[in-house]
Design a protein around this ligand. Structure first.
Ligand SMILES: Cc1cc2nc3c(=O)[nH]c(=O)nc-3n(C[C@H](O)[C@H](O)[C@H](O)COP(=O)(O)OP(=O)(O)OC[C@H]3O[C@@H](n4cnc5c(N)ncnc54)[C@H](O)[C@@H]3O)c2cc1C
Length: 379
């Protein structure tokens, strides 16, 4: 896949310009939403209204040629606005859209894709209190009934935008075993009787991305509301991990840009602080990690599109690299901006968000374990 040509096309047809305009609006609103711990719904609607969501999804739902355009547009939004919460919400929307487009039945696609393309929100609820992101330990169950329908029972923790979402992807094991046993994905519609919302987390970062626990009590679902090949979750989340990687790279680049501007503006003894090699090193090292993460995300996307065996490992590596690049750049950003960096502002927010990105989408240990597993199997 030629990402360079793809990016040139997005530049020429005005898509990246739209992304920059939207990012400027998101950046302006970020302090208010951070303070109030609210999601920026107005700019989410603007994402749809200005045609950007359409530019990210391929035909027949959108105007892109593949799901690769989305990662380049996501990158542009992230690096221009530096707002991790909004960008993470977008990644979740994108992996759900792609997941439905590739793995959903025709009826599921018809029901959900147009609604999500209109801006209704999709959430993904994997983590549980006792199991973290270790899905094998999940206690959420889909119990088959005599009439062929299923009852969903269990709970999920820390689900981003669960309260705001119209659709929640809920991985759960079907029972009784072994006849119908196995992982499935419930396409849970908000408002179903038996769905309730629990604790709203007071996170140190990602405050613009409300995160809440959810409980399922005897929620009745028809078979058409379930994707039974639960193994496709791995494929869905592989794209998700690549998006996470690109998101981290874009946010790291945002920090690099902030540092570069400041290092030239701020003078000590009439010399810009950017003249100091220690300052240059912080900025250049951050850029090196950001660019490395970006390349790894693009390589992983290439691998996914070509269904290479290595795609799962590459996606985990890309996620790790993106989160680490953001972490390093945010830390350097706070240092380069001195006391101003430590004040409430984009870089102190980035510092806190970057710790969250290490955990959201699977922890460092989880992904290293996945990479080690791949290496072992293929040595
Ligand atoms: C901003 C944010 C948004 C989130 N959004 C969502 C969401 O939308 N949907 C969702 O499902 N989840 C979401 N999460 C939850 C996230 O996926 C979990 O926090 C993550 O999976 C870790 O689970 P845990 O917090 O229970 O940690 P634990 O599982 O308790 O892990 C604690 C530490 O122990 C390590 N550990 C645990 N088991 C092992 C092991 N076997 N080997 C080695 N190390 C191990 C972990 O890597 C981690 O470092 C979000 C989290 C954040 C921070």
């Amino acid at each position: 896949m030629d990402f360079y040509t793809l990016k040139m096309r997005l530049q020429a047809d005005g898509t990246l310009e739209k992304a920059r305009n939207l990012a400027a609006k998101i950046r302006k609103q970020a302090p208010v939403h951070w303070e109030n711990r609210t999601f920026d719904r107005a700019n989410w609607d603007e994402l749809v209204a200005c045609g950007l969501l359409k530019a990210m999804a391929p035909a027949p739902w959108g105007e892109a040629t593949s799901w690769a355009e989305a990662i380049l547009i996501l990158e542009e939004i992230a690096l221009q606005c530096g707002e991790a919460g909004f960008a993470l919400a977008l990644t979740s929307q994108l992996w759900t859209l792609r997941g439905l487009a590739i793995h959903g039945s025709e009826a599921q696609q018809k029901k959900w894709i147009p609604r999500l393309m209109q801006g209704e929100i999709a959430a993904t609820a994997i983590a549980e209190d006792h199991s973290g992101s270790e899905l094998g330990l999940s206690q959420t169950r889909l119990l088959k009934q005599a009439d062929g329908n299923f009852l969903l029972n269990g709970s999920k923790s820390h689900t981003s935008l669960s309260f705001e979402a119209s659709l929640i992807l809920v991985p759960a094991f079907t029972t009784p075993l072994p006849e119908t046993g196995g992982l499935a994905i419930a396409l849970l519609e908000a408002g179903k009787p038996g769905l309730s919302y629990g604790k709203r987390w007071q996170k140190m970062g990602f405050r613009t991305l409300p995160t809440q626990d959810i409980n399922f009590s005897d929620i009745s679902l028809q078979p058409g509301e379930i994707i039974f090949q639960g193994k496709v979750l791995g494929e869905i989340m592989t794209y998700g991990r690549i998006l996470f990687g690109m998101l981290g790279a874009g946010l790291a680049r945002f920090c690099v840009n902030e540092m570069t501007t400041w290092a030239q503006l701020r003078k000590q003894n009439e010399r810009p602080i950017g003249d100091h090699q220690f300052i240059q090193e912080r900025i250049v090292n951050s850029l090196l990690e950001a660019e490395t993460a970006r390349s790894m995300a693009l390589e992983a996307m290439h691998s996914l599109e070509n269904k290479e065996k290595e795609r799962f490992m590459r996606a985990s590596l890309a996620k790790l690299a993106g989160a680490k690049a953001f972490r390093l750049a945010a830390e350097n950003g706070v240092a380069v901006l001195g006391s101003r960096g430590y004040e409430e502002g984009p870089l102190s927010r980035a510092q806190r968000d970057s710790l969250g990105l290490l955990s959201a989408g699977g922890t460092e240990e989880f992904h290293k374990d996945a990479v080690w597993g791949f290496l072992k199997r293929n040595s």
